[in-house]
Ligand binder design. Structure first.
Ligand code: ADP
Ligand code: MG
Length: 314
């Protein structure tokens, strides 16, 4: 068996077999059928060793996270996940590494019934690119928020930032934060609900300041955020001895929670959905007619942040 044949053998251990995949892995192209009445939602994200994951990250976690961050983009668009393609650049064809990597990818893929439909494999410095494809009837956009809309975020912010610190030698990091960094939960069900109820949405990959900033600039509006409404975990509060570092929580990113806007009449419905789904949804502020994002503390004093969020080429 050649190294390539070996890789294909491992990749072909997936169990998801969708009826809308006419031709999957093995031919020149995957042939796919999009259901009547839906548009195709497509998104791509790359993870590079040393940039997106620490050198010591396990292959399982790299696989899981590579898929999770892509499904998170589908969630932010309100799309139903369907297929993914995978570009793998590997320094060596290490069977154990690839076995663990596909275990991470397929564990999450099975949960959402997502099928791997093709890709490319080459040798070089470790990098993983996934392209995710989903179906959407009424997409959630960044450009459609209006002044007066309420702004929400799901779950908590900042835990992933602490998770990374455990890889940098900090031994005081809670397991839940390490898990959040390695295995973020794509908010697919929330995204599908929001497609019917929200005015705008984005997933928080680069930090709230940066990502809500995209909603503001693309919707040509501003936002006023109350710092004391930012949801933080007990672990995050403990780490900072109840003096939370908002700069970290709002600009590190990697949380993959959704930030969304709803008409202010929809607050009750959001509350009911949050209660029924068991997923915390916190109202953190409101879209304004200002030209940018601003933060106020509990005394209504403006707070400014130096770092906006993660940027490549900075
Ligand atoms: P080609 O030379 O025609 O691009 P390849 O030898 O690169 O074909 O790939 C053969 C088949 O294996 C194709 O169907 C391709 O989509 C699939 N494939 C290659 N690498 C991967 C991968 N990393 N993940 C999933 N499918 C892959
Ligand atoms: Mg190829």
């Amino acid at each position: 068996m050649t190294e390539f044949e070996l890789i294909y053998k491992l990749i072909n251990t997936q169990t998801v077999q969708r009826a809308d995949v006419v031709t999957g892995i093995g031919d020149d192209c995957a042939i796919l059928s999009v259901p009547e009445g839906y548009s195709l939602a497509v998104s791509m994200d790359t993870l590079v060793k040393g940039v997106h994951f620490p050198d010591s990250a396990s292959a399982y976690c790299i696989g899981y996270k590579a898929l999770a961050v892509n499904l998170s983009d589908l969630a932010a668009a309100g799309a139903i996940p369907a297929w993914v393609s995978l570009s793998l650049t590997l320094p060596v064809a290490d069977v154990d590494w690839i076995t663990e990597f596909v275990r991470g990818v397929f564990e999450l893929a099975e949960r959402y019934q997502v099928q791997l439909i093709g890709g490319d494999t080459c040798s070089g410095p470790l990098a993983v690119t996934i392209q995710a494809h989903g179906f959407v009837k009424k997409p959630l956009l960044r450009s459609t928020a209006s002044p007066g809309d309420l702004i929400y975020v799901s779950a908590v912010l900042g835990d992933a930032a602490l998770g990374l610190r455990s890889y940098q030698g900090d031994t005081h990091i809670a397991q839940s934060c390490i898990k959040k960094f390695n295995q973020p939960e794509p908010r697919i069900e929330l995204g599908l609900w929001l497609a019917q109820h929200a005015t705008a949405c984005i997933d928080i990959s680069d930090g709230l300041i940066s990502d809500l900033g995209h909603i503001c600039s693309q919707s040509q509006c501003g936002a006023e955020i109350m710092l004391n409404k930012i949801p933080l975990s007990a672990e995050f509060m403990d780490y900072y001895h109840n003096q939370p570092d908002y700069q970290t929580a709002l600009s590190f990113g990697d949380d993959y929670e959704l930030c969304f806007c709803v008409n202010k009449n929809a607050a009750k419905e959001v509350e009911v959905y949050s209660h029924q789904s068991g997923l915390a949804l916190s109202c953190i502020g409101q879209i304004s007619t200002a030209d940018s994002l601003s933060f106020v503390d509990q005394n209504n004093k403006t707070v400014t942040f130096n770092e906006k969020g993660f940027e490549h080429f900075k």
